[in-house]
Write a protein that binds this ligand. Sequence first.
Ligand SMILES: Nc1nc2c(ncn2[C@@H]2O[C@H](COP(=O)(O)OP(=O)(O)O)[C@@H](O)[C@H]2O)c(=O)[nH]1
Ligand SMILES: [Mg+2]
Length: 457
Amino acid sequence: MFGFAKKRLKTQNNMSNKNKNTYFGLSTPLGRSATATIRLSGWESKKTLEKLTAGKLDNPKHRTSYVVDIYNKNNTLIDNVIILYFKGPNSYTGDDLVEIHSHGNPIIIEQICETLLNLGLRPAEAGEFTRAAYLNNKIDLVQAESILSLINSNTIDGVNLSLNSVSGSLSIKTLEMRKEIIEALGLAEYELDISETDTHKQTIKVIKKRINRALLDTTKLISTAKSARINTLGASVVIYGKPNVGKSTLFNTLLNYERSIVTDTAGTTRDTVDVASTIGRHSVVLVDTAGIRKTEDIAEKLGVERTQEKINEADISIQVVTGAPSTKAANPNNITVLNKTDLLEKNEINNVRKNKNVICVSAKNKTGIPSLLKQINKKLDSKSQCKIETQITSTRQKQRLKNIQKELEKVLRNKETNLEIIAHHLTCAIKEFDSLLGKTSTDDVLDSVFSSFCVGK
Ligand SMILES: Nc1nc2c(ncn2[C@@H]2O[C@H](COP(=O)(O)OP(=O)(O)O)[C@@H](O)[C@H]2O)c(=O)[nH]1
Ligand SMILES: [Mg+2]
């Protein structure tokens, strides 16, 4: 199904040669565990296995497991392990691949790695196993990114949507949209080549119908970006306000530990502080910021600028105040928190409470916090919801789709009647589809996608 990119493979033969250089990587976290998995991939995998097992495993069968002893270069026993052998191209990478499941002791892991180095193998680069799978046409670039988002997802919804894309549903959807545009381009070219101008009008009508359909799908996919990001990477929740209102105290209270420095001196927090956490069933990145005020201090000034950037990027912004909150129309992404209510009279608090959009807390005494958490959770529930099954999993995908959208919109918005110009926009849209799927991708793009992976993935 995803057997394209033949041309690219030819041009990237250097990369395949590199893969001939057999590499290995630890696929599980380094630490103590029941088992650890080290993978090797490349044409020398089988030979390495024979040497590692002192000749015992000289002809492993595809997809078969073996319980064997493995030895270092001095023929000393390293561990008793389970070996799984996959013969290329029917492996994760598409090349011969071996999985060594050893006992999960860092000393054993180190000995295995050292022995593999001695046998002439090299350590894998970040994401190299998945990059090989992509270069060998096992998966496309969209699927590769979905594997990364599957590993990194912090919520069950994030895992499910990534899994859906790994299985190819996003790629299939994208290929369908691309086909629609290719067919539209076919119509345009046919018309330009052979027919007289009197049929142009009718052809353009048919082409625009197809563009409309693809545009609807493109817009739908782009609309999933926000909820998908919240479900996979987590929502950004930014605390902001004037100096000394208790932002850092609230930040620490929400995190349940003293992460940010709290003092009674205005301008203590100068940089933004990001910490990943969870609120309800949501994964969030909680951000403490520098207090917003006019200042001549350079570091603080930069901090204030950064605060503004963080507020602009935020999924939810929490404005902390200590006086009467502003009555201007509530921004749906914003929550206003009146802090230091322990210092206020009851009737003052009751007055503020009349405004349902304000939550009264004392960050210091930890009162009112459950209402705040409930409010954040409610907002995240609606922001993370997405009824569309196929969702995008990276900002790169969103960018490419936006470029496609732009090309298609140009035809419709300009009420374009020149077939050559229409054909030009369709060609540009197809190029964007190809780059979205990784049919045509420069090494820079690939480096940026795969460098986000860990070694061993
Ligand atoms: N009484 C009272 N003092 C608070 C409360 N929250 C913070 N403070 C104090 O206000 C001062 C500034 O707090 P901080 O969290 O550093 O404010 P920030 O500049 O907005 O980050 C510190 O002395 C805190 O102890 C609160 O709920 N009640
Ligand atoms: Mg602070």
